[in-house]
Design a protein around this ligand. Structure first.
Ligand code: FAD
Length: 511
């Protein structure tokens, strides 16, 4: 990066280089709109408002753009710490990539050509998948014993989810299902031991089955289904859907090997050379200023104007403000006047899942020595270990991502990052002695401890869909809301774009 580039695109260069950029050069007068947050939803909103003739100022607390899209550009294979993959139902993301001239790479063929599977470790013991069905640690009953722990809950949801609906999942007609996933699973015969292993371990929504609404699960589940399963975190490893090949009884036909070709048209998409390239390209297209290292600490609004104060004491004024901050961080910002009580409660209490990641690089492929897959599903501190394969050949392992989720993430976070890294390496070496001395932590991130995220993705807790959902994105005088937590018919990166579409119309109608 030369000096000229830094000056011309200072915000973007700083984002990549990790430099600070706090200079304000907005030119004359106040902006029409202040957008808080330079993640996908904030950037898309800012660009749309600019395209419609408004002057926009973006304030971002971090020293980079992208928010929960965050690529480790300096780790081999540039693994993602945040948003991983897009899929077939990500129409807005796909269009945004085209608009911003960012190429989408379809990982599906590579993943299917190279399905190495994942090892199962429970209680520190490796359990070959073929032995799982009869293993004493298998808590499941009847036919469910044939399911791997990661497939059990999905199977139950598939069979018993009371409805499938992306647009109206939150309607009053479904209110009776705003109960805990625990209550639902128990009603379908699950024991606590089954739920603990089959849902709570390496959880996707909530910290345990008690604190996530079945409605939330139904929505997320159906979103996965319309995306043909392509957006699960496993999808980047090729380990997804790999079912245990139980030893067939004598005389039974052999278990079919998993397919090695991707189903036609399946998209497991990532943005070329790192997902963060999309928000970087979007930031480059902004006409107005994007200020990094600008942590918003207060927002004041009335019927015709907005005032935003940053922790530096700097004050910015506009006709309106759009807030893309997750509610987990907005709850630490002073809003005056307070939003109406239900919206205020939503800001204060909406759930967020804790996730902490460690990105490991191996000096030698120890998995060739111990003959196991580098990917693992464990009920210990390692949680999920996903081999990232972004080398020159399909099967080259460029790094290993350790995903601690839910209670496991809260536990490793409490150790402090340095001790947590030591624990991860020690646990790895205990489970896989062949890795001894070969692993280093090339990157690590706690989303719960991150002051600008304070959690990973938003979740509705039992009762919150009925009570809070409708109030979440309501404009509050000249304060408007976007962000994945305000989306209705989609999730994740696509939800961020969906929310930008809605809030842009609201602002254009008001300002
Ligand atoms: C580990 C992980 C894996 C994921 N995997 C996927 C996936 O495979 N597919 C998918 O679709 N989605 C995935 N997601 C979710 C996806 O990344 C997010 O839903 C999306 O990026 C959210 O965009 P956003 O604009 O709503 O929020 P954010 O990206 O969080 O943007 C909000 C911005 O506000 C800023 N901010 C916060 N507080 C302040 C403050 N006080 N002052 C100023 N600025 C502030 C933040 O720094 C941030 O830049 C994943 C996320 C994570 C973390």
């Amino acid at each position: 990066m030369n000096r000229r580039e830094f000056v011309v695109t200072s915000a973007v260069s700083a984002a990549v280089a990790g430099l600070s950029n706090t200079a304000y050069s907005a030119g004359s007068g106040d902006p029409d709109v202040i957008v808080i947050g330079a993640g996908l939803s904030g950037l898309e909103t800012a660009l749309t408002l600019e395209e419609n003739g408004l002057k926009v100022l973006v304030l971002e607390g971090r020293n980079r753009v992208g928010g929960r899209v965050f690529t480790l550009f300096d780790v081999p294979g540039h693994p993602e710490v945040g948003g991983n993959t897009i899929a077939n139902a990500y129409g807005r993301c796909i269009a945004a990539a085209a608009r911003n001239k960012v190429e989408i790479v379809n990982l599906a063929p590579r993943l299917f050509a190279n399905r190495a599977g994942q090892e199962l470790f429970i209680g520190g013991e490796r359990i070959p998948l073929k032995d799982w069905v009869n293993h004493p640690r298998n808590p499941f009953a009847g036919e469910q014993r044939k399911l791997a722990p990661w497939a059990w809950a999905d199977d139950l949801f598939k069979k018993h989810m009371p409805f499938r609906d992306l647009e109206n999942w939150h309607d009053a007609a479904h209110a009776q299902y705003d109960i805990s996933v625990h209550e639902f699973l128990t009603a379908h015969g699950a024991t606590d031991a089954m739920i603990k292993l089959g849902f709570d371990t390496n959880i996707a929504y909530g910290t345990t089955s008690h604190d996530v609404s079945l409605l939330q699960q139904a929505f997320a589940d159906h979103w996965q289904t319309v995306n043909r399963g392509a957006i699960s975190a496993f999808s980047r490893t090729g380990a997804s859907n790999q079912m245990p090949a139980a030893t067939p009884p004598a005389g039974a036909p052999p278990v079919a090997a998993p397919p090695t070709a991707a189903p036609p048209g399946l998209l497991v998409g990532a943005f070329k050379s790192g997902n963060q390239n999309l928000p970087i390209a979007m930031a480059k297209r902004l006409k107005g200023d994007l200020l990094l290292n600008c942590r918003v600490s207060a927002i004041e609004v009335d019927a015709s104007s907005a005032k935003v104060t940053c922790s530096s004491g700097r004050v910015y004024r506009a006709k309106a403000v759009v807030c893309s901050m997750p509610f987990s961080t907005l709850r630490h910002v002073a809003i005056d006047p307070l939003p109406e009580p239900v919206q205020h409660k939503a800001i204060q209490t909406l759930g967020y899942i804790p996730i902490t990641q460690f990105h490991l690089v191996a000096k030698k492929p120890f998995w060739l020595s111990d003959g196991m897959s580098p990917s693992m599903w464990t009920d210990g501190p390692l949680g999920l270990v996903l081999a990232q394969k972004f080398g020159k050949t399909d099967d080259e392992v460029t790094s290993l991502t350790v995903w601690a989720r839910g209670l496991n993430a809260l536990y490793v976070d409490r150790l402090g990052m340095e001790d947590a890294k030591r624990l991860i390496i020690a646990e790895f070496e205990r489970l896989r002695p062949a890795s001894k001395g070969l692993l280093t932590v090339a990157g690590a991130h706690s989303w719960a401890a991150d002051p600008f995220a304070a959690g990973d993705w938003a979740i509705f807790q039992p009762g919150q869909v009925r009570e809070l959902r409708a109030a979440i994105a309501k404009p509050h005088q000249r304060l408007f809301f976007c962000g994945e937590h305000t989306s209705v018919g989609s999730r994740g990166m696509e939800g961020a774009f969906e929310s930008a579409e809605r809030v842009s119309l609201e602002v254009l109608g008001a300002v």
